[in-house]
Design a protein around this ligand. Structure first.
Ligand code: THU
Length: 134
């Protein structure tokens, strides 16, 4: 399994590729999946503002494409010194592809990390199981 520092580096590299000409807010995300493979993503904005894509969503898409089935850890970084918490939509996307031990790590102040569970960030989540309760 890659360690947290490797995941942070992957997220920082992804952040360099961010396409954020409108917000100037570059974000990178890196996932280690259940097999130990790393998948990264960056935010990709659009002149039609609402259709921009967040870094976390891009990283989850990369994991799915590579046949990874669940997130062990995801690191999210931005260029700012404050932590960059995932937006509401990304919390839902992360929850869909998580398991009970999944951790979400936010980098801040260059080298500090604050970590959460999915339940911390999205309590009472709507999950695939709810679709069976009809
Ligand atoms: N953004 C992300 O990519 N991830 C987050 O966790 C928060 C926000 C992006 C969306 C947009 O391109 C820019 O950051 C400013 O909101």
């Amino acid at each position: 399994m890659p360690d947290l520092n490797q995941l942070i580096k992957a997220a920082q590299q992804a952040m360099q590729r961010a396409y954020a000409p409108y917000s100037q807010f570059k974000v990178g995300a890196a996932i280690v999946d259940n097999r130990g493979d790393i998948h990264a993503g960056c935010n990709v904005e659009n002149s039609a503002y609402p259709i921009g894509c967040c870094a976390e969503q891009a990283a989850v898409s990369a994991m799915v494409l590579a046949n990874g089935t669940s997130i062990e850890d995801i690191v999210i970084v931005s260029e700012h010194k404050n932590p960059c918490p995932p937006c509401g939509a990304c919390r839902q996307i992360i929850a869909e592809h998580s398991q009970k031990n999944t951790r979400i790590h936010l980098l801040h102040d260059n080298d500090r990390v604050i970590s959460y569970s999915v339940d911390d960030l999205l309590p009472q989540a709507f999950t695939p199981a709810h679709l069976d309760n009809r």
